[in-house]
Design a binder for this molecule. Structure first.
Ligand SMILES: [Zn+2]
Length: 85
């Protein structure tokens, strides 16, 4: 059986990093697909997102472990690497 040291979550948060929803633990390819789906889904409700790689500054803002973020005036969708189990 293949061993995953890390897995990924797609988290929906407010812009001040309060968690609204979080996906199950996923392998990277599935998480990337879900991230794109969620960006599209929430775009229709809340408006256009800016999608970019996450930085240390984003981690300091509370989006800890994020590797990619989609952000608009209302929500942040984070693709987050995680080692919870
Ligand atoms: Zn996890």
């Amino acid at each position: 059986m293949e061993r995953f040291e890390f897995h990924y979550h797609v988290d929906i948060l407010t812009t001040d990093s309060r968690l609204v929803a979080s996906s199950a633990a996923l392998p990277k390819s599935a998480a990337e697909r879900l991230f794109r789906q969620k960006v599209e889904e929430y775009r229709q409700q809340t408006g256009k997102f800016i999608v970019r790689p996450a930085t240390e500054r984003d981690w300091e803002r509370g989006f800890v472990g994020a590797v990619r973020l989609a952000e608009n005036h209302k929500l942040v969708i984070a693709l987050t690497r995680c080692d919870c189990s």
